[in-house]
Design a protein around this ligand. Structure first.
Ligand code: SAM
Length: 263
C-alpha cells in the first residue's frame, strides 16, 4: 500500500518509523511519502492561510497551494486512490472504515490546520477521485496530523503480514466478522504472575477448559459492552444472542428489547 500525506508539519509523522508501522514500511508492506504543503506556496513567507470570507475568528488554508499539492501528489496516483481529509465535521472513522481503507492500494491524507481548508479544494478534488471527509471523534484537535496518524495506525495493523497473529485483529474490540466477539468490546486480559498484589487471575483462565474460557470471555465482553457502549449492544441482532447472553445482559442491567426477551 502507498500512503501520501500532505501537511505543514512533516516532522509530525516521525512515529511512522516506529513499532509495527515502521516494521511494515521496512518490509515494503506499506510505503509512506510525507509532503510539505509549503513546497507549493510561492510567496516569500510561503503563506498557506488567509482570513475567512464572511468574517469570524481564525484563518483558513488557501486553495492554491492545496490545489497544486494534490495535483502533484495524485499525478502518479494508483488506480482506486482515495483522498482522506480529516475534519471534525466528517463521517465518523470506525473499524469497518479502517478495513475498507486497508484494502486500498493508495491513500492520500490532506491534513488541515487553523479553521480548515478552503471548501473548494475538496469540491475540486472530488472531480478526479473519491474524497472522504473523516472525523476521528467528537472533539476538536488543532490539526489533521494526529487524526491522520490515528487512522494510518488503525489501517496499517490490518494490512496482511503486519500483525504477528492474524487472529488478533478479529478478536479485538470492534473485530467484526462472524466471530464470537463480533460487535462487542473485548473483555479484560491477564498474564503472569497468577497472583499480583494479592489479586488472582480468574480461575477459569487457568482451567484448560477451552469452552468454559470462551464462555467466560464472552460474558466479560457482554458486561463491558453493556456498561461502556450500550449503543453497540443495541445493534446486535436478536438471533446472535443466546439464553446465557441474555441472562448476562439482564444482570448487567441492560434493558433488552421486547423481541429479545421473548427468546
Ligand atoms: N473549524 C473546524 C470545525 O469546527 O469543524 C475545526 C478546525 S480544527 C481546529 C483544525 C484541523 O484539525 C481540521 O481542519 C482537521 O484537519 C483537524 N481536526 C480537528 N479535529 C478533528 C477530528 N475530530 N477529526 C479529524 N480531524 C480533526
Amino acid at each position: 500500500m502507498r500512503i501520501d500525506i500532505i501537511t505543514i508539519f512533516p516532522e509530525y509523522f516521525r512515529p511512522l518509523h516506529v513499532s509495527l508501522l515502521g516494521k511494515a514500511a521496512g518490509r515494503g508492506i506499506v510505503e509512506f511519502a510525507v509532503h510539505d504543503l509549503r513546497t507549493w506556496a510561492h510567496d516569500t513567507h510561503r503563506t498557506v492561510d488567509d482570513a475567512p470570507f464572511g468574517g469570524g475568528p481564525g484563518m483558513v488554508m488557501t486553495p492554491a497551494p492545496w490545489g497544486e499539492a494534490l495535483h502533484a501528489v495524485t499525478s502518479t496516483a494508483l488506480p482506486g486512490a482515495r483522498l482522506v481529509v480529516p475534519t471534525p465535521s466528517g463521517i465518523p472513522f470506525r473499524q469497518e472504515m479502517a478495513a475498507t481503507y486497508a484494502a486500498c492500494d493508495h491513500l492520500v491524507f490532506a491534513c488541515g490546520r487553523y479553521e480548515g481548508i478552503d471548501a473548494r479544494v475538496i469540491e475540486d478534488a472530488r472531480t478526479s477521485m473519491v474524497v472522504d471527509e473523516v472525523s476521528v471523534g467528537d472533539y476538536v484537535l488543532s490539526g489533521g496530523e494526529p487524526a491522520a496518524l490515528v487512522m494510518i495506525d488503525a489501517i496499517g495493523r490490518l494490512l496482511p503480514g503486519v500483525l504477528g497473529n492474524v487472529a488478533s485483529a478479529a478478536d479485538d474490540s470492534f473485530g467484526g466478522g462472524a466471530g464470537p466477539m463480533a460487535g462487542l468490546l473485548e473483555g479484560p486480559v491477564y498474564t503472569r504472575p497468577r497472583v499480583w498484589r494479592g489479586r488472582e487471575v480468574p480461575g477459569v483462565l487457568l482451567s484448560g477448559d477451552h469452552a468454559a474460557i470462551a464462555r467466560w470471555q464472552r460474558d466479560e465482553a457482554l458486561r463491558r459492552t453493556a456498561a461502556y457502549r450500550p449503543d453497540l449492544v443495541a445493534k446486535i441482532a436478536a438471533d446472535a444472542l443466546d439464553a446465557r447472553d441474555r441472562e448476562v445482559l439482564s444482570r448487567a442491567g441492560f434493558p433488552l428489547r421486547g423481541e429479545d426477551m421473548a427468546h
